[in-house]
Design a protein around this ligand. Structure first.
Ligand code: NDP
Ligand code: CA
Length: 341
């Protein structure tokens, strides 16, 4: 049922597998590049041993497999072959697209460039086709990429598209502007690929909800998109109000696009990444799962571990192999277009 995602300690397991013919479980995760995590990030509170590939690789695989997602979208993948081999033995097939000039390549003992990857369950889904994109900013290629895939549910023949990306990192107004341009290019790319099909658009956007790109995505006129975690929270609030027989507030039924975006921003999770570098602690919401709410209904979202569970040294750690948490969402493909809200 819907409550399966209440969290139990470190092993964040989503208990009820999404096996219904119309159900799609998506796992979105920046897994932390092995080369960057070990040699570049400066995670000063993480023991060296916890950062070794020997230690991390099975934790990464375990987190993916224990959630039994139908679709897996990953960023900072620099061990695609390993994942392809292991996940391949567990009924998944995958696509990888590296960054054109991955920072990993400038570090000795790298394992190749990092990039984005999409895996899907082979027995449930058929890969109809896919496309890749080096995102452009003011018509010039950047160092950030996206993958879009069209998948067909074998049981029903219905199709949907999944797109994942990892946008430019770091703080500052100019970089926020650059990310916004990458977002605009991403939307153009994915619209061309997906057309009117149901869409899941997820990734590490490296942007807090208040950054321009968030409103660009939710307010774009090519798609009507919602944010899965925020919409789930809104839906639970509405359920609660109904149970309490409380009236809905005027913002609950607003159709003003700016108001809808403001309501969505408010309901994003408190963090999706939490780490300590030399210059201090960073706790941000920068990873998202966006979707087309007229064609997909959000049924459940995996919650994040609380601060006490994560521990004072935050992540990565012996328990958490990445500085980002995985986002896991259950969707239902709806037959008839859903009306607003
Ligand atoms: P990004 O700014 O997108 O960042 C690349 C990676 O660095 C991301 O995976 C990001 O992780 C991570 N990162 C973010 N903040 C920090 C931080 N404070 N400390 C360490 N790592 C961090 O880079 P680009 O892909 O646009 O590539 C530019 C980078 O590539 C340069 O910063 C440079 O280091 C490297 N480079 C080096 C060259 C050289 O000659 N040495 C030449 C060309 C590039 P997340 O998204 O999770 O925040
Ligand atoms: Ca990173």
């Amino acid at each position: 049922g819907l409550r399966c995602l209440k969290l139990n300690s470190v092993s964040r397991v989503c208990s009820a597998p999404a096996d219904g013919a119309q159900n799609i479980r998506l796992l979105q995760w920046n897994i932390l590049s092995q080369t960057l995590g070990q040699h570049n990030d400066g995670f000063v509170r993480c023991p060296d041993e916890a950062l070794t590939w020997q230690h991390r690789k099975y934790l990464i695989v375990q987190e993916i497999l224990q959630n039994q997602p139908d679709v897996v979208c990953l960023q900072e993948v620099d061990h695609f072959k390993f994942l392809q081999t292991v996940l391949g033995s567990q009924n998944y097939a995958g696509i990888f697209f590296p960054k054109p000039d991955s920072p990993c390549l400038y570090i000795e003992q790298n394992n190749g460039p990092d990039g984005c990857a999409i895996f899907y369950k082979r027995d449930k889904l058929h890969l109809v086709g896919y496309d890749t994109r080096i995102l452009e900013v003011w018509r010039v290629q950047s160092n950030q990429v996206a993958i879009a895939a069209r998948l067909q549910l074998k049981a029903s023949g219905k199709e949907f598209c999944v797109c994942t990306t990892h946008l430019k990192a770091r703080h500052g107004a100019l970089l926020a502007k650059l990310r916004n341009e990458q977002g605009r290019d991403l939307i153009r790319f994915v619209k061309q690929f997906a057309g009117e099909s149901p869409l899941l658009l997820c990734g590490d956007f490296n942007a807090e909800p208040v950054e321009p790109i968030y409103a660009t995505i939710l307010g774009c006129d090519l798609f009507k998109l919602g944010s899965a975690y925020a919409d789930m929270k809104l839906e639970r609030e509405r359920e609660w109000k109904r149970e309490q027989q409380q009236p809905l507030s005027h913002t609950d039924s607003s159709e003003d696009p700016n108001e809808l975006i403001a309501q969505s921003i408010k309901r994003e999770p408190p963090y999706t990444t939490w780490k300590i570098r030399e210059d201090g602690e960073e706790c941000h919401t920068i990873d998202y799962v966006f979707y087309t709410p007229q064609q997909l209904k959000i049924k459940n979202c995996l919650e994040f571990p609380a601060g006490e569970q994560i521990g004072k040294n935050r992540t990565p750690s012996f328990e958490y192999p990445s500085d980002h948490f995985s986002l896991v969402c259950d969707f239902e493909l709806v037959d008839e277009p859903l009306s607003e809200g």
